[in-house]
Design a protein. Structure first.
Length: 140
């Protein structure tokens, strides 16, 4: 898909999801678009919406479960995740997803392990930053 097609699809999916009522199904079939043959799986948590795109053959309930686990991991990592956590720490949100998914398939579903690995990466980045700052201050 071209960037223009991706942007159009994204806008259409967001518009459809926001127009749906709370009690409606969390699965959207994207059959009206030639370039998008799949489903959008979404879930609302307070004011946040999370959405996955899946293939026609993928299990919708499994995708909803992975999405829920992802939100639980974010919640545990950030301590009651909110919009600002994701906006200002989007790389951490992607890091959590990378720990859970590999090639679109769930690899790790234990949220304690996912959060432990992500916090370990944070410590490595912090120590690397400290070493970099020490080296910079010794040079100057």
């Amino acid at each position: 898909m071209t960037d223009k097609q991706k942007a159009s699809l994204s806008q259409d999916v967001v518009t459809q999801i926001l127009a749906r009522k709370r009690g409606m199904c969390n699965i959207l079939e994207l059959e009206g678009r030639r370039e998008a043959r799949g489903k959008a799986i979404y879930k609302r948590y307070a004011s946040l919406f999370f959405c996955f795109g899946i293939d026609w053959n993928d299990n919708e309930l499994s995708a909803l479960e992975v999405l829920h686990k992802y939100v639980e991991c974010l919640d545990q990592y950030f301590g009651n995740v909110c919009e600002l956590d994701i906006i200002y720490n989007y790389s951490a949100a992607f890091q959590v997803m990378d720990e859970m998914l590999l090639g679109g398939h769930a690899q790790e579903t234990n949220k304690k392990i996912v959060v432990k690995h992500c916090k370990g990466f944070d410590k490595l980045e912090e120590s690397d930053s400290i070493v970099h700052n020490l080296r910079a201050s010794n040079i100057g």
